[in-house]
Design a protein around this ligand. Structure first.
Ligand code: ATP
Length: 202
């Protein structure tokens, strides 16, 4: 589904990722960790074509649908949650109202609230970011620090949701500092000094 070969990127001549190779067959659930500034968000941005590599290739399966939450999710701040999710899903004509309703309920978000996004708390905004990354049945889901700002109940909901999506055949890559033991990861990687290492699992 995704093949990365010899990928490197530098910012202002400062290398961030160096000769990374990484492959996803599909159905993996991957955890990537690494210290601040190790390049986790950069890797996701490269996969999503938000930025271009200095060298190397990223090959994706034809029509690969990617759902992503990277850094601070961007929304139409003066609009409601329902408007934002409808707007985002309508771009690909994939608005599944009952699924979106169910996701909001699981995260204790009121889809029909008149509150504008600009008044959402950090955790509420993060939940909206997670929902937009998974609401269109995306095959590959990339989540950067997904539990930032989430309370314990919501973290539990999140872990269950990820395991369910993985069981249904979605491929999930989570980059984070916090290791969530309730998620059934298939592989764990470490980004260190621009290189990606496969960690041993217990
Ligand atoms: N557009 C940019 N211009 C210049 N430097 C950048 C740019 N984007 C990222 N960097 C640098 O690349 C490095 C990796 O940043 P990145 O955000 O990918 O790290 P991260 O592993 O996601 O960090 P964190 O754990 O803090 O979220 C950092 O040193 C950052 O300053």
């Amino acid at each position: 589904m995704l093949d990365i070969q010899d990928l490197s990127i530098s910012f202002h001549k400062q290398p961030v990722l160096q000769h990374i190779s990484f492959h996803l067959d599909g159905h993996e659930c991957i955890y990537i960790h690494g210290i601040n500034g190790s390049g986790k968000s950069t890797l996701f941005k490269l996969i999503c074509d938000i930025i271009k590599p200095t060298s190397g290739t990223i090959t994706k399966k034809n029509d690969l649908q990617i759902g992503a939450l990277i850094e601070n999710p961007g929304f139409l701040e003066n609009e409601t949650l329902a408007y934002n999710l409808q707007f985002l899903a309508s771009l690909k004509n994939q608005y599944d109202s009952s699924y979106i309703e169910s996701l909001c309920q699981q995260f204790q978000l009121d889809l029909h609230s008149s509150m504008k996004l600009k008044n959402f708390s950090v955790g509420m905004r993060q939940k909206a970011g997670i929902i937009q990354a998974i609401m269109e049945n995306q095959e590959l889901i990339l989540l950067d620090e997904p539990t930032r700002g989430l309370d314990q109940t919501s973290i539990h909901t999140f872990c269950q949701l990820i395991n369910q999506l993985h069981d249904k055949g979605h491929t999930i890559v989570i980059a984070a500092h916090d290791y969530l033991p309730d998620i059934h990861y298939t592989h764990i990687y470490r980004l260190e000094e621009g290189q990606l290492f496969l960690d041993e699992m217990d």
